[in-house]
Design a binder for this molecule. Structure first.
Ligand SMILES: [Zn+2]
Length: 261
């Protein structure tokens, strides 16, 4: 299989994390003609609701809605995302093969250890993937990928060239932190909501876990409120927040968006 480089790869701990934090942005970029991808580190076997198999099918539907070109779930244990050498290599191999220019990581602080660990793990894997002398062709092939719906056969071939993404941005929706920039997802908001609701095992009204999972109407209200809040910060209707560690670079003062006063 000949691989085609991704423009953007979003990495997250759990299936549906990307849909919650930057799904609208991915859809918007796909609509602009960019190739987008999602790497889920786990398969969701520890969830209170639904099995890993159910979540795989739901994930496939969400992927279709967001017009994502490539998606894969690694076999890192759910609830036990650890920043180990082995896990960094697993992610680095995907980065070398998919060769994204932009990587979206979760914000590096948060409530769920899987989320902030995925952030650091993802960052370090981006660094590793670019090391010219690091040969990762001998690492074991990715296992537990039965739920993948894209051919990963080519990942097993040797000699994937070093690759380091140009840009890393952090999806910060889970964390109460001031974003560096907002992506206007006004036109993508409904589709992003639909991609989230595709995870029926998680978000449809049901008895299991009803003490900890809000009802569907409440979820919609929350998701909409957050998108409105961040949209307002950017002067648009709905938005998704991001943090970048670097400064912004301006060429033309008259082209800077977002009104000051
Ligand atoms: Zn999560």
């Amino acid at each position: 299989m000949e691989s085609t480089a991704l423009d953007i790869l979003a990495l997250a701990a759990h299936r549906d994390d990307v849909e919650q934090t930057c799904g609208g942005t991915l859809l918007k970029m796909a609509e602009r003609g960019y190739r987008t991808g999602i790497l889920d580190l786990t398969q969701g076997e520890m969830g209170t609701r639904g099995t890993a198999e159910e979540r795989a099918l739901e994930s496939a539907e969400a992927t279709r809605i967001l017009k994502v070109s490539w998606r894969h779930a690694l076999d890192i244990p759910d609830g036990r995302v650890e920043n180990t050498w082995e896990n960094r290599l697993k992610v680095a191999r995907v980065l070398r093969h998919q060769r994204p220019r932009v990587v979206i990581l979760p914000y590096w602080q948060g409530r769920h250890p899987d989320h902030y660990t995925a952030s650091v793990l993802g960052y370090e894997a981006c660094f590793l993937a670019g090391l010219a002398k690091l040969d990762i062709s001998q690492t074991p092939p990715i296992v537990g990928s039965s739920v993948s719906f894209y051919d990963l056969g080519a990942l097993a071939h040797e000699g994937v060239a070093p690759h380091r993404p140009f840009k890393i941005v952090y999806a910060s929706l889970y964390q109460d932190v001031r974003p560096t920039f907002i992506v206007d997802i006004t036109d993508q908001f409904e589709a992003r909501m639909a991609s989230l609701m595709a995870y029926k095992s998680q978000f449809s009204d049901q008895q299991a876990g009803s003490g900890i999972f809000p009802a569907q109407a409440e979820i919609r209200a929350r998701v909409e409120s957050m998108a409105r809040f961040y949209g307002m910060m950017g002067g648009v209707t709905y938005g998704e927040p991001f943090v970048q560690k670097e400064v912004g670079l301006v060429d033309d003062l008259l082209a800077i968006p977002v009104k000051s006063i």
